[in-house]
Design a binder for this molecule. Structure first.
Ligand SMILES: O=C(O)C(=O)C[C@@H](O)[C@H](O)[C@H](O)COP(=O)(O)O
Length: 360
């Protein structure tokens, strides 16, 4: 990884994203906490712990301090949330306990929400193990769980104290998971960095071992850190943090209607990015050729550009109504006025949205 750390600037809630020497820095932090008499706990999943059997022990954690949940989106649930709270309460963890998330986006979002809720808030650290969580979900403090009614419908903004990005962890990541992470990388190019998008065209076939990957991860984190610093709680009247949701209004509806886990989050985002491009064309903001270009970039990273099977339109439209960007019953979309420059679009005609879905 790149030698520097990045700082997410949020006044008293500022924190570093470490890209180099992360494992060593993590170990130091665990020791520092223990030296202060504080306890530490970890939430992880069975697949990550199997793939990385020694990582936590080498950083100073003990087995009894680790809660292992089943892998996959199903663990981002009220049941797992409750299980994790009981894990802390049964061990009499108090307010000086620090909670570490060791896993991908599901574990990070869940553990963050547990940390935000337990005793009204305890310290929280992110150790992302997937590409998706390294470039996106571990940064910015959006934590939460899914409901049967919709994706991420319950949660809190709760910033981590630090993020430890260790690219060596990607070597054991299954190819499908790596590809899913690339969807969020492509998203960053599409929303804020035309140069990154062009580079991704040149790098097609990027893998965990590619020498370009550390710089790509850092570029995504730098965009996210800036957007979050400018609009931490997504309250800007236009643009702002909502732009990070490019493709997600469609993606969350796909995940909810198809059933959580049917599509990986990144796979749904990949389809959502194509649909957001089609929407931008229909709104007269992009040329038609943009769709072909976006589809080609997405496909070159072994990601889907279309749904495997059609999903019921009424359910997709209903799921979209529950999107957190909706105001006064009206959908707010993130579209692009150029590839590399996202904007928010209000008052989009639902008929147009239905028409876009028919092309999914
Ligand atoms: O951090 C953000 O803000 C994002 O929108 C990043 C998204 O990629 C991420 O999936 C996020 O968790 C979605 O948030 P939501 O508010 O739409 O549930």
């Amino acid at each position: 990884m790149s030698t520097e750390s990045l700082q997410v600037e949020l006044a008293e809630r500022s924190y570093p994203i470490h890209f180099s020497g992360s494992h060593e820095l993590l170990k130091k932090e665990v020791h520092r906490l223990r030296d202060m008499g504080r306890s530490v706990r970890v939430i992880s999943d069975a697949r990550v712990l199997d793939a990385q059997p020694d990582y936590l022990a080498q950083a100073g954690f003990k087995d009894s301090e680790i809660l292992s949940l089943p892998p996959g989106e199903q663990s981002k649930s009220v049941d797992s949330f409750s299980q994790a709270l009981s894990f802390l309460a049964n061990q009499a963890c108090n307010r000086d306990c620090a909670l570490f998330a060791f896993g991908g986006g599901v574990i990070g979002d869940l553990a963050g929400y547990v940390a935000a809720s337990y005793l009204r808030g305890i310290d929280f650290y992110q150790i992302p193990t997937t590409l998706l969580s390294m470039v996106d979900s571990s940064v910015g403090g959006k934590t939460g769980i899914n409901l049967p009614e919709g994706k991420n419908l319950v949660g809190a903004f709760w910033q981590p104290k630090a993020v430890y990005i260790d690219s060596t962890l990607l070597q054991s990541l299954p190819p499908r998971e790596f590809a899913a992470g690339m969807a969020e990388v492509i998203k960053y190019g599409m929303l804020a960095d035309a140069g990154l998008l062009s580079d991704l065209e040149d790098y097609a076939g990027l893998s965990a071992a590619s020498e370009e990957l550390p710089d790509v991860v850092r570029r995504c984190c730098a965009i996210k850190a800036q957007v979050v610093a400018d609009d931490e709680k997504e309250t800007a009247s236009s643009g702002g943090r909502a732009l990070l949701n490019l493709g997600h209004t469609f993606a969350h509806a796909i995940e909810n209607v198809a059933g959580y886990g049917e599509y990986l989050h990144g796979e749904a985002v990949a389809i959502g990015l194509v649909l957001a491009t089609r929407l931008s064309v229909e709104l007269g903001q992009l040329h038609t050729e943009s769709v072909e270009r976006v589809e080609s970039i997405i496909a070159s990273y072994q990601l889907p550009t279309r749904l495997r099977d059609p999903l019921p339109m009424d359910q997709l439209m209903l799921a979209m109504q529950r999107d957190k960007k909706t105001r006064g019953g009206k959908l707010r979309f993130v579209s692009m006025k150029a590839l590399g420059e996202a904007i928010t679009s209000d008052g989009v005609d639902p008929k147009l949205v239905e028409e876009i879905w028919t092309q999914a």
